[in-house]
Write a protein that binds this ligand. Structure first.
Ligand code: BDR
Ligand code: CA
Length: 480
């Protein structure tokens, strides 16, 4: 994704005398949050104004004069060369005016801080046709100047009809998996070819019943398959039940009218679909990855044609929940996770760290969905076990929805703020570190690191998302 990011006053003023004629600390934080872990491309004068490479980002300076190199810094002669050198999923053009002008036709998204004040300036952001973009208004503040964070998403040209994405959702359906299924089904932008269930929070049977009931309340007729009953090489480990015994709050909610399709197990359905749609299938994996590993071990060449795996798993850059170092989905079947990481299929990981903090639903938001549409009302009851768990063990009146956050990353590309490519390994040794996942982040130097070649960056780890976007869109889906 190519983004332009800028702050502009009235008349599109972005600078005066080679510098920015205002100071808005919150805008600098916003800039940092959006660009961290990605690539920033800038012109020579912008680089000189900043005076150093921006930390935590790959810096590319477009200049025919400068020849700078260093950690996270290169100089190239043209914008084309800069874009060709980018290795991160997202790239931000950060100025100045000439580079903005040149890059604007290629931009997928503009992040503009619109300052509602007349400020003298001699450089301007280029004009663009607002009809080409969807304008999404973000937060506003009046201090120290009135400003609003606004996102402009380019509207795809109507003749370029983008084919519908094809998802298979693999899940140990408990309440946050249900939230994720709802998000995908009600958002409707990806075709759900099928839902494959696996043992995890609940048995594969309960998981299938939970998935069916959830899909039915959303009016989605995707078939449900049942998969692994236990992890690849051992029995399922004992863990506390976070979502209630039935995974859905134990409130007699689960009465699906349909039945799972028992004509084949989950892994076989996945393989059949990958053969039918090579390089198109995206697997959104919301539980232990046992089904995926079984498919990979059965037919590794077929599975090489999976387009991408979106995996809710690992603590991300935070701490574990199943153990201090391991997250539940990996902890249940770390051997399966290792199979997936070594498969060569592109994997994007959405860690548990991303579902904590303000992105959790609080009591007011739960009340909104309790008075929402049938899916919202169903979900409010389904998460009641999780709420009880959080209230009694974490002293928190909020619910974390890691699977729904993972699904949001998969379906809404503009929801993701930053990611980093990593070499990723998982500990499968029995003992306290079982299920621990190690991320060697690209661009960082570690004093001790194993030898691996450049293509061994086997994972994209999402490191930040737009929390208010999740709340707004998810609640909208459950209340309209
Ligand atoms: C994961 O474990 C389960 O409780 C959730 O459904 C999620 O997939 C979070 O660690
Ligand atoms: Ca799950």
């Amino acid at each position: 994704m190519i983004a332009l990011i800028a702050s502009l006053a009235k008349d599109r003023v972005i600078g005066r005398d080679g510098t920015i004629p205002w100071s808005i600390p919150e805008d600098l934080h916003h800039f940092r949050d959006l660009t961290m872990g990605s690539t920033v491309i800038m012109g020579r004068r912008t680089y000189e104004d900043i005076g150093r490479p921006l930390p935590g980002r790959m810096n590319i300076v477009v200049s025919g004069k400068l020849h700078l190199t260093g950690e996270n810094l290169i100089t190239v002669p043209s914008l084309d060369d800069a874009l060709a050198a980018v290795t991160t999923p997202d790239v931000f053009i950060i100025g100045g005016a000439a580079l903005y002008r040149e890059a604007l036709p290629r931009a997928d998204i503009l992040y503009l801080t619109e300052i509602d004040a007349e400020i003298d300036g001699d450089t301007h952001f280029p004009e663009f046709d607002p009809a080409d973009f969807r304008r999404i208004i973000g937060s506003h503040s009046d201090e120290p100047l009135p400003y609003t964070f606004v996102t402009y998403e380019r509207i795809p040209k109507t003749q370029e009809v983008t084919p519908m994405r094809r998802f298979i959702i693999d899940t140990d359906t408990a309440s946050d998996d249900a939230a994720a299924l709802m998000l995908a089904a009600l958002d409707g932008k990806a075709e759900i070819l099928g839902v494959t269930t696996v043992v995890g929070n609940v048995s594969k049977y309960q998981s299938a019943a939970n998935a069916l009931a959830t899909l039915e309340v959303c009016g989605c007729s995707a078939p449900v398959y049942m998969g692994a009953e236990k992890p690849l090489f051992h029995e399922r480990k004992e863990t506390i039940s976070v979502h209630g015994a039935d995974g859905m709050g134990d409130c007699d909610l689960i009465h699906p009218t349909g039945k799972p399709d028992e004509s084949m197990p989950s892994y076989r359905f996945i393989l059949e679909q990958v053969k039918k749609y090579p390089d198109e299938i995206e697997l959104v994996v919301l539980g232990p990855v046992t089904n995926i590993a079984i498919a990979m071990l059965a037919e590794p060449d077929t599975m090489k044609h999976v387009k991408r795996i979106w995996s809710m798993g690992t603590p991300g850059l935070g701490v574990g929940n199943a153990s201090p170092v391991a997250e539940f989905n990996v902890y249940i079947d770390a051997e399966a996770y290792a199979v997936m990481l070594n498969s060569g299929v592109p994997v994007t990981i959405i860690g548990f760290d991303l579902c904590l903090g303000d992105i959790q639903l609080d009591l007011t938001e739960l009340d909104k969905i309790a008075h929402g549409n049938p899916a919202g009302r169903f979900l409010e009851r389904a998460v009641s076990g999780l709420l009880r768990f959080n209230q009694t063990t974490r002293n928190s009146d909020m619910i974390d929805l890691p699977d729904a956050v993972a699904m949001a990353c998969a379906v809404w590309p503009d929801f993701v703020v930053s990611s980093v490519n990593c070499h990723c390994t998982v500990c499968t040794e029995a003992g306290e570190t079982y299920g621990q996942v190690i991320f060697y982040q690209k661009g960082r130097t570690y004093e001790s690191m194993p030898k691996f070649d450049a293509c061994a960056y086997n994972v994209t780890l999402i490191t930040a998302v737009k929390e208010p976007v999740f709340t707004e869109r998810f609640l909208d889906l459950l209340t309209k």
